[in-house]
Design a protein around this ligand. Structure first.
Ligand code: SF4
Length: 576
């Protein structure tokens, strides 16, 4: 077999166990380690690292509410907790139900959402919450809950190059073979395709580096760990354009000389797994995957899907590779980069879902077709996930260079206070920026665009984003682990009206330290919401301050007063 991966991936074994037993006991860690011939410590570390694995039993119904500003609703979560007499994060004493929070689940175009036993359930409102409570108390299996609650639509409101046409399976592969792999790489080079995950590295360059790296085993990885709050475009691509993604991977494999590809799918999209596996099986049947693709001797390429377990950091490519190697998703020290030392230490290309789909389309339609759209530094189109306070949340594909104003008009957003471009790690911008453009050289985004109406409490939004990073920090390095916690505490204090001007200075200093000293992109970008908030919306912070003037954090003299009263001693010399 072409697969170098053991037949069962650790994450999948643990998912299956968690699903059946509602937790992974120490005993289970032992037996899983034994079965997969892995060190016990590794299995235990994996259980501790990933949010979706638990060492204590969760309820038969395990509900995780998204806490994203677009697809979360703290009040609905409170309502369900009250109806079911559950304390958040504590399994009810009869073992029937547990309720907690999780980071954005990628349902931002479907209103308030949650995961019930891993399955996304959306469009929550008060009456649906009541219905859920009844179903749980009646012990109705989730499979028998109303099917329409689980139906997930695409909501494509604007399509351009990539989403306009349906993709005929095999089309891009035929195009590669017609011109040869070198010509295909040249097409991608001339198209100026840059990575769609956000960083914008040249795709052709990455593939070239990998192809030239020493060694004869190479890998292609599709990063489908779409975890940036407010992003759901990969969900749509994998639902309706999966063949383009698969062919982007296969043609990358053909170009760089890789025979194995992996799709690292975020756990929140696990519901797509069966459908994707079926598509892969159909492609194998049709000679579009596996050995001798299109009947060509030596064109071997297969794809395996590995499902993550609720760790945003695994969207970082080196953390993703660690996770694929059945380890906790801690980012690696770079260099070396994955193109030379990636999966299993072999040269590896890691690309975003959208990049791979675009590569397939470019080989099919030609580089001019692609270059014709966009700006000179950002060619082609960008698929945006638009969410938040607007009439038509959903997917919008635009040529690069579209202005925020145009997007707001198209999606029916009015009286906009702020827009978050690129998720919490991106930019929070005020209306003076709405004539700016979506482009690598202006406002770059991996795809998330969140809109906030005037009525929103923006300080609460910034606090929410800061909490997100505190929660998702992998804990590997101190500036990020401790720094994000300090930022969260600072934001809590300011947002709750207990902050002082001194706290704002502290926030600024900590923000600068965290972004400068952190090991990976998560820590470097974690202070962005606070930084932009203080820059563009300083009045919101200042209005919440306890005292406008500078005040030391701790007043030693005042705190000694209590001791003086207790001891009935008040020495004049003991005053500060
Ligand atoms: Fe982990 Fe944060 Fe350090 Fe990145 S910056 S390695 S997420 S602790």
């Amino acid at each position: 077999t072409m697969n170098t991966q053991p037949p069962e991936h650790l994450l999948h074994v643990m998912h299956a166990h968690q699903e059946e037993h509602r937790f992974i006991s120490d005993q289970a860690v032992n037996s899983i380690a034994e079965k997969l011939k892995l060190p016990r410590a590794q299995v235990e570390a994996v259980r501790e690292f990933y949010a979706f694995f638990h060492s204590k039993p969760r309820g038969t119904y395990d509900l995780l509410f998204s806490n994203c500003t677009s697809c979360g609703s703290p009040s609905l979560m409170r309502q369900l907790c009250e109806l079911l007499h559950v304390t958040a994060d504590k399994t009810r004493s009869d073992g029937a139900v547990s309720i907690g929070e999780t980071s954005c689940i990628g349902m931002c175009d479907h209103g308030a959402s949650l995961l019930v036993n891993g399955r996304p359930l959306h469009s929550l409102d008060g009456s649906r919450i009541e219905a859920i409570a009844k179903l749980i108390e009646a012990a109705t299996p989730v499979e028998q809950w109303p099917a329409e609650w689980f139906e997930i639509n695409n909501h494509i409101h604007r399509s351009d190059l990539l989403l306009k046409e349906s993709f005929t399976p095999g089309a891009a592969l035929h195009a590669v073979e017609a011109g040869g792999a070198d010509a295909a790489l040249e097409k991608i080079r001339f198209s100026d395709l840059r990575g769609r995950g956000g960083a914008g590295f040249s795709t052709a360059q990455k593939w070239q580096f990998c192809r030239e790296a020493a060694g004869d085993t190479r890998y292609v990885i599709c990063n489908a760990d779409e975890g940036e709050p407010g992003t759901f475009k990969d969900r749509v691509l994998l639902t309706s354009y999966a063949d383009a993604v698969f062919e982007g991977m296969a043609l990358c494999g053909r170009i760089i000389g890789a025979r194995q590809g992996y799709i690292y799918l975020r756990a929140e999209y696990r519901y797509l797994l069966d459908r994707l596996e079926n598509r892969l099986a159909e492609r194998r049947e049709a000679g579009l995957l596996g050995e001798k693709i299109l009947g060509i001797e030596g064109f071997d390429f297969d794809i395996e899907i590995v499902v993550g377990a609720g760790a945003y950091i695994c969207g970082e490519e080196s953390a993703l590779i660690e996770s694929l190697e059945e380890k906790p998703g801690n980012p690696r020290i770079r260099p070396p980069f994955p193109v030379t030392h990636g999966y299993m230490g072999k040269p590896t290309v890691v690309n975003n879902v959208e990049t791979l789909a675009a590569a397939a389309a470019i080989v099919l339609h030609g580089e001019r077709w692609f270059r014709g759209a966009g700006t000179w530094q950002s060619r082609g189109t960008k698929i945006l996930s638009v969410s938040g306070d607007c009439a038509r949340p959903g997917i919008y594909e635009y040529p690069f260079g579209v202005s925020i104003n145009d997007i707001l008009k198209d999606c029916g957003a009015v009286q906009v206070q702020a827009v978050q471009v690129g998720g919490p790690s991106g930019r929070l911008v005020d209306p003076s920026h709405f004539d700016h453009h979506i482009a690598f050289e202006d406002l770059a985004t991996g795809g998330s665009l969140m809109i906030f109406h005037h009525s929103r409490n923006l300080l609460e939004v910034i606090r929410n984003f800061t909490c997100f990073f505190t929660h998702e920090s992998c804990g590997f390095c101190t500036p990020c682990r401790v720094g994000t916690a300090l930022l969260k505490n600072g934001m809590d204090k300011v947002a709750s009206g207990h902050g002082t001007a001194h706290d704002l200075d502290e926030l600024k200093a900590t923000a600068a330290l965290v972004s400068r000293r952190s090991h990976c992109g998560l820590g470097m970008t974690a202070p962005n919401p606070i930084r932009d908030g203080l820059k563009y919306f300083p009045e919101l912070f200042e209005a919440r301050l306890l005292h406008q003037e500078m005040e030391p954090e701790f007043n030693l003299d005042a705190s000694l007063e209590e001791a003086r009263q207790l001891t009935h001693r008040d020495d004049a010399e003991a005053h500060l």
